[in-house]
Design a protein around this ligand. Sequence first.
Ligand code: GLN
Length: 480
Amino acid sequence: MSIDIAALAARVRDGTVRARDLAEEALARAEAARSLNALVTLDADGARGAADAIDAAPARAGALAGIPLVHKDLFSTRGLRTTASSRMLADYVPPFDATVVERLAAAGAVTIGKASLDEFAMGSSNETADTGPVRNPWDPTCVPGGSSGGSAALVAAGVVPVATGTDTGGSVRQPAAFCGITGLKPTYGRVSRFGMIAFASSLDQAGVLARSAADCAHALAAIAGHDPRDPTSHPCPVDDYVAALGDGVAGRRIGVVREWFGDGVDPAVAAQVRVALERLEAAGAKLIDVALPTLDHAIPAYYVIAPAEASSNLARYDGVRYGHRAADPADLADLYTRTRAEGFGAEVKRRILLGTFVLSSGYYDAYYRQAQRVRRLIADDFARAFADVDLLAGPTAPTVAFRIGEKTSDPLAMYAADVNTVAVNLAGLPAISVPAGFVDGLPVGLQLAAPAFAEGRLLAAAAALEQRSDWHRARPEGFR
Ligand code: GLN
């Protein structure tokens, strides 16, 4: 799969490649990659049916004709189980497609299955999925990152060239970094959230994971744009992301964010990210040191706001309308309590407790309102920085992939994995994680952030780095 997905789709459309063959190849690779535990549901029949429909009239198929993909199991898929990797939704079959799912299908992409995630997308390691931890193809004793860990592992293992993910505080970028692939989190509002199971609605955004900037551009082009079914989706016109790939970085001012190289960032990761930044400098970018002091408060603000919104969003799982229902309830209170006690895992419960606490009267001003103020200051800090630079850069994650089980008993250590990603969500900005080399044989990601709706600029920089490196071409042993 060395050609990009658009070129492959063109071969499907002109009849030289059959969508069915691509689907069979992806299904076989999914089988070979079973030990990663990255797929919640394999939809072989659905994939074959969709592929055959394309092969019946290939010339009429869209820009992604026959491209196999997986959706994070947080996107509703009509007639196909959508679990959020939670016991709560273990048997939930949505009666409709998420807009992202609908648009990719309309472009001709073929869904082969649903990818594992941290339960309800709350996590950084994909260890809280009710189906068990997902393994990193680079080292099966390590986590793939999270929460879109199944998506990242399946792309890195070459099962599919592209996958969807969601990013509330880093869940596309951090697993992309841990798995050595490219992950793009668009501007809040650029992609519809309709049909995406809600975690923290003011932060959630759909994104894409792939093995190159070009593939991300093609996938983003398919899903971006206004959707009347999502009132927060933005009506501004969608840029030509594919054309932007050729823009390069000559003359671009890249702010190297001091706080993103701060305490807790592994010096070897920081050094490797600087190597990648030097490649961008060699491609004509100008590196400028910048400080965004409010970023030091991003983690505490995020871990107030995200759980607050989660506690509200997850109130709907009450055993009446959706999902799991406790057996033989004594009364309504017993139904609610036992349904939620049985249906949610420990991390989800922790978030609900945190969220209801920070929203409770008496604590609201001290925590929730304060966190919203910090959020505003962070957004202002970014705006100030972007008055002087075109992009901001740093390591996506403070470390390379850690071992399965290493942080499961220490929630604060787990939350620290998001130290460099959450601020971007608080400000609603787009950001990308690009392969930037290796430390101890495990992938490192370079994070680039841009002003709102400048996704094209991110893709251009990612493509420029690919031209001066081969990190994005490296494949894990056993998945070549
Ligand atoms: N790891 C972060 C959290 O646990 C971000 C998750 C996400 O982006 N969905 O909240």
